[in-house]
Design a protein around this ligand. Structure first.
Ligand SMILES: Cc1cc2nc3c(=O)[nH]c(=O)nc-3n(C[C@H](O)[C@H](O)[C@H](O)COP(=O)(O)O)c2cc1C
Length: 169
């Protein structure tokens, strides 16, 4: 992995980057880390900073690592790693070494910042803000019903705003 300017994002189609290509959200360090696939989120600007918005249900094992870490990484993999993203998005790091099962190689960019050798783009992000969704915040109750009340174990997401500090290709 080689560091590059975060303006590398100007070359990406951010419409499709998270929602269609999917990403890995990873947090932790050499003593323990976890990763999960995510397709909900966005990239944009807030507080005059380049940011990403990510949504993590509290029951995800990754959530514990995100909570403890100052940084998270967002990793974007080439299309041939779709299977790896499927694995990391369907099994929990609590139960299995899914990183090995997905044939991913962790790379410790520095202590507390973990990415993967297979990523074509890795964003190193610093947590700025977190809030937990509450039912009363849903203006459209159909969304609440569809994605939470009607879903077994569908707990409300925690929302994190993270600052995009560094990019690696
Ligand atoms: C395509 C795809 C997108 C996903 N997007 C999210 C997401 O945005 N937020 C979330 O909390 N879980 C999302 N998940 C589910 C987690 O990736 C999944 O529950 C994973 O197994 C959690 O792993 P962990 O327990 O090791 O953290 C997604 C899964 C897939 C397959």
């Amino acid at each position: 992995m080689k560091q590059t300017d975060i303006n590398v994002l100007m070359k990406e189609n951010v419409w499709d980057l998270i929602g269609k290509q999917w990403m890995l959200i990873t947090a932790g360090d050499e003593n323990g880390f976890n990763t999960m696939t995510a397709s909900w989120g966005g990239i944009g600007w807030l507080w005059n900073k380049p940011v990403a918005f990510i949504f993590i249900r509290p029951e995800r094992y990754t959530h514990q690592f995100v909570e403890k870490s100052e940084y998270v990484t967002l990793s974007f993999l080439p299309e041939e790693y779709r299977k790896a993203l499927q694995i990391c998005g369907t099994v929990s790091g609590r139960d299995t070494n899914k990183v090995a099962d997905a044939n991913l190689t962790p790379e410790f960019i520095r202590s507390g910042v973990v990415g993967f050798a297979q990523s074509r783009l890795t964003l190193v992000c610093k947590k700025l803000f977190k809030t937990s969704m509450t039912e009363d915040c849903f203006i459209d109750k159909e969304v609440l019903k569809r994605w939470y009340n009607d879903q077994p174990g569908g707990s409300l997401h925690d929302v994190y705003v993270v600052e995009i500090n560094e990019a690696y290709i």
